[in-house]
Design a protein around this ligand. Structure first.
Ligand code: FE2
Length: 317
């Protein structure tokens, strides 16, 4: 056993003794998701990030709450996005629990998952393979051994980009992947439709970076990837990693003229760092022909989240 594995196992065991990780939440049925204009809704999707699943039954049960809450919605959701950091330590047992919850759920047909740095930092290849195999199984696509992919849902394109090598925190995005992103953005936006991009890591100098986390940005290819996104109109970038909570920096307009926007999804399993810090909070998107609305929600308890920064609306240009 390497020293690093020994240390992470020791920390895991120590944390496991902490009773707060064994709290099991119940999903309320009193206030299910209600879309603002269900009759004209074109597309809906729920976003979560940073499940950091430990090998604990309570965590697996709490992950199931996300789907239980979505199943209470009168109008079914079209998709769900999980923006990376699936496992806490990158152990096989953690993926087993995560994907058991996803296999079991029957409410979301289109499940889009990606890897985060916690998945990629220790055993990159094995963990990426575990995740991408499931992506292929859930979506019925061939990802050709890559960690990135795109998928169309009801005529809207979702592009998922991710690190291509072992990293501690940041991402490594090859020129091939940047070209893929460019191509898919061009294809997805060609008829004036919005496109949704997901990556675990956000861009530098967004969402309070670097103050909130000195090394929390995408990394070396940050500027190149951002420039490609800003070439197109109505691009909505979903990311995680920061555990920021619902606060003044949760949403960042990257390019006003092009309507390119970044949304930092709070961490699901643990309390977050700023503003409204509750665990279990994510956002759901409702796309209409002329606009998109993002609304915060606690999927862990099945309750709406109200207050500042809990609803964002963008008209398409
Ligand atoms: Fe992360």
């Amino acid at each position: 056993m390497s020293f690093k594995i020994f240390v992470t196992k020791y920390i895991a065991q120590f944390k496991a003794m902490n009773p707060k990780y064994d709290v099991i939440y119940e999903v309320s049925k009193e206030n299910p998701v209600r879309f603002e204009d269900a009759a004209n809704l074109k597309l809906s999707f729920a976003c979560m990030a940073d499940t950091h699943l430990p090998n604990r039954e309570s965590a697996e049960k709490n992950l199931g709450n996300f789907f239980e809450d979505l199943s209470n919605s009168e109008v079914p959701f079209d998709a769900a996005l999980m923006a990376g950091d699936i496992a806490d330590y990158g152990f096989k047992s953690e993926y087993k629990r995560f994907f058991r919850a996803l296999d079991k759920q029957q409410v979301i047909k289109n499940m889009l998952v990606t890897i985060g740095n916690h998945d990629a930092r220790a055993i990159y290849k094995r963990n990426t393979n575990i995740v991408m195999k499931k992506v292929e199984q859930y979506l019925g696509i061939d990802t050709k051994g890559k960690s990135y992919y795109s998928y169309d849902i009801k005529g809207y394109t979702f592009i998922v980009i991710a690190t291509e090598k072992r990293v501690l925190e940041k991402a490594h995005i090859t020129p091939e992947q940047i070209a893929f992103l460019d191509r898919e953005l061009a294809r997805g936006t060609k008829d004036g439709k919005p496109v949704f991009v997901m990556c675990h890591q956000p861009f530098a100098e967004t969402h309070g970076l670097p103050e909130v986390w000195k090394t929390g940005d995408m990394g070396e290819q940050n500027d190149e990837v951002r420039a490609v996104m800003e070439k197109y109109k109505n691009v909505f970038f979903i990311n995680g990693h920061l555990h920021g909570g619902v606060f003044e920096k949760t949403l960042e307009v990257l390019n006003e003229q092009q309507n390119v926007v970044s949304l930092s999804i709070p961490g699901y399993r643990k309390p977050n760092n700023f503003g409204f810090t509750d665990a279990g909070v994510g956002y759901y998107g409702e796309a209409y022909s002329d606009r998109i609305v993002f609304t915060a929600r606690n999927f862990l308890t099945g309750t709406p989240v109200t207050g500042d920064y809990t609803r964002f609306e963008f008209k398409f240009i």
